[in-house]
Design a protein around this ligand. Structure first.
Ligand SMILES: [Fe+2]
Ligand SMILES: [Fe+2]
Length: 190
């Protein structure tokens, strides 16, 4: 991608979200690049996916729905009832339709950043983990997850999945089956 287009995307993302979220997005991009370097993955793709992963997060439900429909993306019936899970799909739709990003691995990394997927490729794993451990995250145990992600990307995926599942379970909140599938699959692979 030409540097000019990347600058345009950065400027646009900054206009889509609150300063609080922008800080998170910058942190995810920075962390994704660091992990990509560590694991020999394309840094530019990691940076771009990091910048775009939450671009739709502050759009209304109606706007998100419109983008998802326009891109022809499908959500499963469980996701359809959970609007908090729409922004990854809407973000990928914006990346595709507004910015003409056709690289499947970048779009998948954006789409899978919240629930993961049992079939995530390494770039998607990087963004999934970076979303959880970027510098402005401050939950109990975050440093342990950062250390784990430095040792093994797949173990980093497992750490995010298990902590998120435990959190949702303890709060008696719904757990999307794909998050559990991510956990099950990476348990076999790591
Ligand atoms: Fe997100
Ligand atoms: Fe995020």
């Amino acid at each position: 991608m030409v540097p000019q287009k990347f600058l345009e995307i950065q400027r646009w993302v900054a206009g889509q979200v609150s300063p609080y979220r922008l800080k998170h997005i910058q942190g995810v991009a920075q962390t994704a690049v660091r992990l990509a370097k560590r694991y020999g993955l394309p840094e530019e793709k990691a940076r771009l996916a990091g910048w775009l992963h939450d671009c739709a997060k502050e759009r209304t439900r109606a706007e998100m729905e419109r983008w998802i429909r326009k891109a022809g993306f499908r959500m499963d019936p469980v996701e359809e009832k959970m609007p908090a899970l729409w922004h990854p799909h809407a973000g990928a739709a914006m990346a595709l339709l507004k910015w003409r990003i056709k690289d499947k691995s970048i779009l998948e990394a954006i789409r899978c950043h919240t629930l993961g997927s049992p079939k995530m490729d390494p770039l998607a794993q990087v963004v999934f983990v970076a979303d959880f451990i970027e510098p402005s995250r401050h939950f109990n145990g975050v440093n342990q997850v950062r250390a784990t992600a430095r040792q093994s990307l797949k173990k980093g995926v497992l750490a995010k999945a298990s902590i998120t599942i435990r959190f949702l379970f303890e709060k008696r909140m719904k757990i999307h089956p794909r998050l559990l599938e991510t956990w099950n699959q990476f348990l076999l692979e790591h």
